[in-house]
Design a protein around this ligand. Sequence first.
Ligand code: IMP
Length: 183
Amino acid sequence: MKIITSNPGKFNEYYAFFKEIGLEAEWIRMKYPEIQADTTEEVVIESMNFLTSKGYKDFIVDDSGIFIDALNGFPGVYSSYVYKTIGLSGILKLLNDYENRGAKFVTVIGLELGGNTHLFKGEVRGTISFEPQGTGGFGYDPIFIPEGMNKTFAEMSIEEKNSISHRGRAMNSLKEFLIKKVI
Ligand code: IMP
């Protein structure tokens, strides 16, 4: 299965997941234009349209974002820009003014297979930590504590993160779909 992403952290999570179900993930390491849209689904569909127009076939793309309750869902679809600009410390500073540290992580996987487009969404709720913790993962992982846990994604192995994360949940829906297709 071809995974198109410029992000090694994301690819590693797909690689581990596909390995567990006996499939191989092939990394197409490239950036593609991500349009600014109101929803993660729209971003994925536009990315897929762009890639298919360039001749790519049978691939997976992934768009994810963190939605913080006290900030009315910000940074959401702007997660990448916010990470590059104010970063984790900027987000932590913004949250100093609020008691509510609730947030959710969302992933939408876009699968292009045999000329058809399929979307798989996964979400996980959690809280934003008071300071970055852990050295694993990528992006917002050091400040996101998933529900029911007392450590951040950055303090988990890839397998542990996949077993509870937004991306792991979206990947499980993708797996169900692939199983049905094969049967
Ligand atoms: P995108 O899906 O590549 O557009 O990611 C948006 C932003 O969220 C980037 O800054 C990523 O580093 C970050 N991000 C995406 N997925 C995850 C994740 O699983 N954990 C932490 N940060 C993530």
